[in-house]
Design a protein around this ligand. Structure first.
Ligand code: FE2
Length: 289
C-alpha cells in the first residue's frame, strides 16, 4: 500500500513540503512531551553553565555542540543566562532544544522515530537506504523562543548528492503567534546555497555557495505559514527554504524533528554532525533487529 495518495505526492513534488494532519495521536505527542520533560529534569545545567564561563566560551560551546551528533545534549535559549552565568528563569523554561541523537539513545524517541509508517514514507520519497542522522526536540518557549532564520536542511546535513528528508512533528498546536514554520513553496527546486562545516580546531563555519539572500519571509514574497495542529507531521525536502518565527505568545510550541539521509550518498567528513565510527547512523530497523 502506498504511504501517500497521488494527490499528496503531487503536492510534495510541487511544493517541497507536505503536511499530514493527525499522523501522530495526541497520546503519542503527550508521551514525547513527558519524556522530554523528564530528560530536562534529569539534566544538571551546572555542567553547561561552567562551559559558558570558561575563558574561550565560543570554543567550549562548540565542543559541546560538535560532540552532540551521537549524544543527548541540551541547548539554551540565547539570553537564558545573566551576567554571572546564572539562569534567569527555571531550567525547564530556558532550553531551546535537545539534540541530536534522541532517536538512538532514548527508548521513547527511538520507538517513535522508527515507526513503520515513517520507514514507508522515506522509502516512497526515494531513499533506498535511509539513515536516521539527527533528531531534535524543540521547545520554542513562551515569550523567549527564538526565531530560526531561513535555511535549507541540506546546509546542515549535506550529502552528495543532497538527500536529506525532514520529518517535523507538531507535538503542540503550532500557530503564527507561537512560532510556526514558514516555507517557500517550490523553493526546493533551487540549488543549495551554503554548507555548515567543521573548520578545524573545534570550530564551525558557513561555506557560502550562493550568496543571494533569501527574500523576507512574507506572504508577498511567496512564503506561507505552516500552521499545524497537534499530531501533524510535516515532510520537508532538504532543499526547501524554511524558517520559524519567534514565539511572541504565552504558549509553548513543542516539536520533534527527525532528519534522515540516504546511506548510499557520500556523507562528507567536514559535515558538522559526525558520529563515532563505532556507532554509525542506523536505519529504521529496531536495534538488534
Ligand atoms: Fe530546518
Amino acid at each position: 500500500m502506498k504511504a501517500l495518495t497521488d494527490e499528496q505526492r503531487a503536492r510534495w513534488e510541487r511544493d517541497g513540503f507536505l503536511a499530514l494532519p493527525g499522523f501522530a495521536t495526541p497520546a503519542a505527542c503527550d508521551a514525547l512531551i513527558a519524556r522530554a520533560r523528564a530528560l530536562v529534569d534529569g539534566f544538571e545545567p551546572g555542567e553547561v553553565a561552567s562551559i559558558f564561563s570558561t575563558t574561550d566560551q565560543a570554543l567550549a560551546t562548540d565542543a559541546y555542540f560538535l560532540g552532540s551528533g551521537d549524544a543527548i545534549r541540551f541547548f539554551f535559549e540565547p539570553g537564558a543566562f545573566d551576567a554571572e552565568g546564572r539562569l534567569r528563569q527555571p531550567k525547564a523554561l530556558s532550553i531551546n532544544k535537545i539534540g541530536h541523537a534522541l532517536h538512538d539513545l532514548d527508548p521513547a524517541f527511538d520507538a517513535f522515530s522508527r515507526a513503520p509508517a515513517l520507514a514507508a514514507l522515506a522509502r516512497e520519497l526515494g531513499l533506498s537506504d535511509p539513515r536516521l542522522m539527527q533528531s531534535m526536540y524543540i521547545f520554542k518557549q513562551p515569550h523567549i523562543g527564538g526565531e530560526v532564520v531561513c535555511h535549507q536542511d541540506s546546509t546542515f546535513l549535506y550529502t552528495d548528492p543532497p538527500s536529506v528528508l525532514g520529518f517535523w512533528f507538531a507535538l503542540e498546536d503550532a500557530t503564527i503567534q507561537n512560532g510556526a514554520m514558514w516555507a517557500l513553496p517550490g523553493g526546493h527546486e533551487a540549488a543549495l546555497r551554503s554548507r555548515f562545516v567543521r573548520a578545524g580546531e573545534g570550530r564551525v563555519r558557513t561555506e557560502v555557495i550562493d550568496p543571494t539572500p533569501w527574500p523576507a519571509a512574507r506572504p508577498e514574497n511567496g512564503f506561507v505559514p505552516l500552521e499545524a495542529s497537534k499530531g501533524t507531521l510535516i515532510l520537508l525536502h532538504g532543499l526547501l527554504p524554511h524558517l520559524s518565527g519567534a514565539n511572541t505568545s504565552d504558549r509553548s510550541r513543542h516539536a520533534y524533528s527527525l532528519h534522515v539521509v540516504e546511506g548510499r550518498a557520500a556523507y562528507p567528513a567536514d559535515n558538522w554532525l559526525q558520529r563515532d565510527p563505532a556507532t554509525p547512523a542506523r536505519g529504521f530497523a529496531p536495534a538488534g533487529g
